[in-house]
Design a protein around this ligand. Structure first.
Ligand SMILES: [Zn+2]
Length: 1035
């Protein structure tokens, strides 16, 4: 230590050290000012602009025009390619030389036709290392290309990050030169930075902080910035401090590099492909230099893109994956939304993802990875377990607006009781920077102190890509084991979770969903995306069912596996956690809608083709004009429904048809309904419709004054209230516009009351009764609706059209019910759950807006009312009012979100008994999977109807019938227990089944667990909400 006396003034000592490394102050005489030595301009610089994202091979053939530093280029989303000639001065022999490039656009350096380095100023990446020590042998003259995207790390938001992109933004080149990089200065800067942070963060009550303070101070004393030989003494002082070790009990931080890349968000899908390449090539450079650097990478789709567009980079990725440095994680196709995708969609996320990882990297992922998603379905633990995954990492619940989630490391127990070990990095981020603060937060914020002594630090710039930097690795390297800080080791997720598993006896268990108390508007935003998702899930389901039936009847049938993979992957892609929630820019919405359109049109054609094959195999030949139609039911129960026959010009022809489960029936003539629908108009304009099950009274304004169950004479609507009451709310969140609806919006409720056209009768009864009306929402927006009551149907449908031209408004529809219950029930993936209808505690009122799938139900003992829908996901139930969220009007990041025409249907189903006994679940499926009339040319007389599968228990739903991935002669049948009960069922089939085996969700059969096929079928047992998959081999 210095022999000079050091005055007791912590502040001056600390600030002295800070100024010594400041990049703002005193750079003429401080250490930071010495980071770069000599510099020289590039020899020549030329560029060309293109609106397209083109491959390198095409770019290098273009004509480049002279360019210079200071030039700007654009507009947004274009690409500027630069050709750069460099000549490294001879005099720099022995020096480390960097190519320095600063721009507000995201860049990629190409050398010899290969991508070699991502350059993004916002991600602290501005240099490409040309040599670490220049030798005479290496080339001094080089030609590089820089592909510069005209967008920043976070797109091109005008003013604020999430504002819609500015289409005319210009980007500039601020620096392009060669510099000598002083490695010695750089290392010393890291020492100083870590010491200064330790002083600040350990504070005045910690003696270790003072030890850091005096170390830093003495380092300044011994450093002569003009004499690099003096640095060694300073570094020795730092090393002495950093190598003073912890005791054995210290917390262990498992650092893992990560780069969260949103598959589309404030930039389109196409730009993400380049973001992946820029981020990952940078990570590869770091792996080359740092042999223990581990980088975790999720989302099979992104790897698939890089494989296709950057094969050279992809083979390097595979190389580093085989060395265990590049670690694929997650197991899913994309990091999907955790709430809205259907159960089968979630299975497919894993099926497509895990099969990709296994094929490309030789192993299945063992951790599910979803750090940035807006809540997590209670069914995920079972789905993970079924896909070979027992561990889960996220951190998003740290965003909760109201309640602090009580655990960091815990067992998460799903709907069926499945458990997965779950870890929330206590640093509350998936893009830490390895600063002292991140390390200390990992200990201090850990909510399982004494229970779990390990935690993850995910480091690297994220969201827009970027990833880790050399500086982050230097920081970690200093404090591997430094007294006062947690121990740090570079780990794979497997190492972290293995350490947690090894000492898990004190861990707590959280049962049920992980609900995010934020972003609850995302259940409703971008209604067309939600509708596209639901309808395409339905369509792919139906194509798979029919294709499987066709295959089972004719082994030479070409199951359209390739097509289905392609369409499924498009659907899964749009389930990304900023796309299906509707929190993306307009460009992404357009891409997403285009993909849904592709699925719809290719899917419709495919369905027609496979139907034709199925019927041909059933001995049904091309029909003639006038021959009857066939109706197809892809659901596993018999249905009697009114359908509309094609052909009828003015008056649509209706028919009541009965179609067996997973089967076909000829539509020869309509069945006579035992009770036809009656429609009568009262003197006051009120219309009453009745079908023997329900009696519905609609007032002139389209409000439902009464829905009565005829047999029990039980009224569903609360006394003095109206159902089907549209309500508008002001919807101005605090910041996250497309994401958030805040609790206070509820204080702005205004009923929609302006009648444009009062109720009038459309269908006057018989097979169908219906009335229509229209309402004015505002000067610009209106609703028209047809209320439909069909013969034999236990629910009344509300076909709705909205012309929506609002700003920051929220449209909902309310049903105040004559039901009292502390809980309402909502459908989720492969099951349902309950949430409170009151606001007792903060955990209750935080759920003022919740998500559900095809139905929600409010029941008391013996009676209840279900609200079904065909494309909505947002609900709320407070006391006795069941509310469906219909449309929002946020303006960021898409200024046009939800503007225009909308069509959707919801339905109300009062019932006696429980919703399980009343078949609410089945009826919600019926609404979403309408009976399909097979194409006319395939229709021809056939004897009787035909059913492929049926189940003896109404609790069991046969959700999926598809060809097995690895066996062309086998089907996979996926069933689940839907009532929340222990159940047994007999699965009967008319198909030629040879053998059946239980299999997991990845379709891996369990050879020790056959499912015997007897004359009466396959006998199955289920625990509550259990998902069971069978691999069935065809004869
Ligand atoms: Zn994200």
């Amino acid at each position: 230590m210095s022999h000079y006396q050091v005055i007791k003034n912590r502040r001056t000592l600390l600030e002295r050290a800070e100024k010594f490394i400041s990049d703002v102050y005193f750079t003429d005489c401080n250490l930071r000012g010495r980071l770069y030595g000599s510099s020289c301009p590039v020899e020549s610089l030329s560029s060309f602009l293109t609106p397209k994202r083109i491959p390198f091979s095409e770019a290098e053939k273009q004509t480049f025009q002279l360019a210079k530093v200071g030039d700007s280029f654009g507009p947004t989303w274009w690409t500027c390619w630069f050709k750069v000639s460099l000549c490294i001065p001879e005099a720099w022999k022995g020096k480390e030389v960097h190519f320095l490039w600063e721009s507000d656009g995201e860049g990629m350096v190409w050398r010899d036709g290969q991508p070699v380095q991502g350059l993004t100023k916002e991600g602290q990446k501005t240099s490409y290392v040309l040599t670490e020590s220049l030798t005479d042998e290496e080339p001094h003259s080089l030609c590089l290309y820089v592909e510069l995207a005209c967008n920043g790390l976070f797109g091109a938001g005008q003013g604020s990050m999430i504002a819609p992109p500015d289409p005319d933004r210009k980007y500039s080149l601020q620096r392009a030169e060669l510099v000598v990089f002083n490695r010695g200065v750089d290392e010393l800067l890291v020492d100083f930075e870590m010491l200064v942070d330790i002083v600040k963060l350990l504070g005045e009550n910690d003696q270790r902080g003072f030890q850091a303070l005096f170390t830093a101070n003495e380092m300044v004393n011994v450093c002569d910035v003009t004499n690099p030989n003096s640095f060694l003494a300073a570094r020795k002082l730092a090393k002495k401090f950093f190598s003073q070790k912890n005791g054995e009990s210290q917390h262990v931080v498992h650092a893992m590099g990560h780069c969260h890349i949103d598959t589309a968000w404030l930039w389109p899908y196409e730009e993400t492909i380049r973001k992946c390449a820029r981020s990952w090539v940078t990570a590869i450079r770091l792996m080359e230099k740092n042999a223990d650097f581990i980088f975790t990478c999720s989302q099979a789709q992104q790897l698939e893109w890089v494989k296709q567009w950057y094969p050279g980079l992809y083979s390097q990725i595979q190389h580093f994956a085989s060395r265990g440095q590049f670690v694929p994680v997650g197991g899913t196709w994309v990091e999907m939304d955790g709430n809205l995708p259907s159960g089968e969609s979630m299975v497919r996320q894993f099926l497509e993802g895990q099969r990709f990882f296994h094929k490309e990297f030789g192993r299945y992922c063992t951790e599910f990875w979803l750090p940035d998603t807006f809540g997590y379905s209670a069914q995920l633990p079972q789905i993970m377990q079924g896909c070979g995954i027992t561990r889960f990492l996220t951190q998003k619940l740290s965003w909760n607006l109201i309640n602090k989630f009580p655990h960091s490391t815990f067992f998460w127990e799903g709907l069926d009781g499945s458990q997965v070990l779950t870890h929330f990095p206590p640093g509350d981020s998936y893009e830490m920077k390895c600063k002292v603060e991140d390390l200390l937060n990992s200990v201090r914020n850990n909510k399982d102190k004494g229970r779990a002594n390990h935690s993850a630090v995910l480091f690297g710039y994220g969201d827009g890509g970027g990833g880790p930097t050399q500086r982050m690795l230097q920081r970690l390297e200093r404090v591997r084991d430094t007294d006062g800080l947690p121990r740090v080791q570079m780990s794979s997720p497997d190492q972290l979770f293995s350490a947690l598993e090894a000492d898990s006896t004190l861990l707590c268990t959280w049962t049920g969903e992980l609900f995010l108390e934020l972003h609850n508007g995302s259940y409703t935003t971008q209604a067309q995306i939600k509708k596209g998702n639901r309808q395409c899930e339905t369509l792919l389901h139906d194509i798979e069912v029919v294709s499987s039936l066709a295959l089972s009847r004719n082994p030479s049938f070409q199951y359209p596996a390739d097509w289905l993979h392609k369409l499924w992957r498009l659907l899964l892609l749009n389930q990304f956690h900023d796309v299906i929630p509707g929190t993306c820019i307009e460009m992404v919405v357009q891409d997403a809608l285009k993909y849904y359109q592709e699925i719809r049109s290719a899917g419709a054609e495919l369905l027609q083709e496979v139907c034709r094959s199925l019927l041909a195999e059933k001995g049904v030949h091309e029909g003639k004009e006038g021959s009857p139609s066939l109706a197809l039911n892809t659901l596993p129960w018999e249905r009697s429904e009114v359908i509309q026959l094609p052909g009828g010009a003015a008056e649509p022809t209706l028919a009541l048809v009965k179609v067996p489960s997973v089967g076909i029936a000829a539509v020869t003539e309509s069945i006579e309904p035992d009770c036809p629908v009656s429609v009568s108009t009262q003197a006051d304009g009120t219309v009453v419709m009745e079908n023997g099950i329900l009696r519905v009274t609609v007032d002139k304004a389209g409000r439902v004054a009464s829905i009565c169950l005829v047999n029990s004479n039980r009224e569903a609507i609360a006394g003095g209230c109206f159902g089907n009451q549209f309500v508008m709310f002001d919807d101005v969140p605090l910041y996250w516009d497309a994401w958030d609806v805040m609790d206070y919006h509820l204080q702005t409720r205004k009923p929609v009351s302006g009648v444009i056209h009062p109720v009038e009768v459309v269908h006057s009864g018989g097979l169908r009764g219906s009335v229509k009306f229209s309402l004015r929402i505002s000067e610009k927006s209106s609703i028209s609706q047809e209320l439909v009551l069909d013969a034999r149907c236990p629910y009344v449908k509300f076909h709705t059209e909205v012309d929506w031209q609002e700003s920051h408004k929220f449209l909902k529809v309310e049903f105040p019910l004559r039901v009292r219950s502390p809980n309402a029930t909502y459908e989720i993936q492969f099951g349902h759950l309950q949430r409170p209808t009151h606001w007792n505690t903060s955990w209750d009122w935080a759920r003022f807006e919740v998500w559900g799938h095809k139905w929600a139900d409010l029941s008391e003992h013996g009676f209840g009312v279900a609200l079904l829908n065909d494309c909505k996901y947002g609900y709320s139930v407070l006391r006795n009012t069941l509310t469906l969220s219909l449309l929002r009007a946020p303006k960021s990041p898409d200024a046009t979100a939800d503007m225009g025409q909308h069509q959707f249907t919801y339905a109300v189903m009062p019932h006696t008994g429980s919703f399980q006994e009343a078949a609410v679940i089945q009826n919600a499926y019926n609404l979403n999977f309408p009976l399909r009339l097979l194409p006319k040319e395939t229709g021809s007389p056939q004897t009787g109807s035909w059913s492929a599968f049926s189940l003896s228990s109404s609790a069991i739903i046969l959700e999926t019938i598809k060809q097995a991935e690895d066996r062309k002669d086998a089907l996979v049948l996926r069933m689940f227990e839907s009532h929340g009960s222990s159940a047994s069922a007999m699965l009967c089939s008319a198909l030629p089944l040879k053998e059946a085996l239980f299999c997991d969700l990845l379709e891996r059969p369990d050879a020790t667990h056959p499912a015997p096929i007897t004359a009466s079928g396959i006998s199955l047992t289920f625990t509550p909400f259990q998902i069971v998959s069978l691999l069935v081999i065809l004869k």
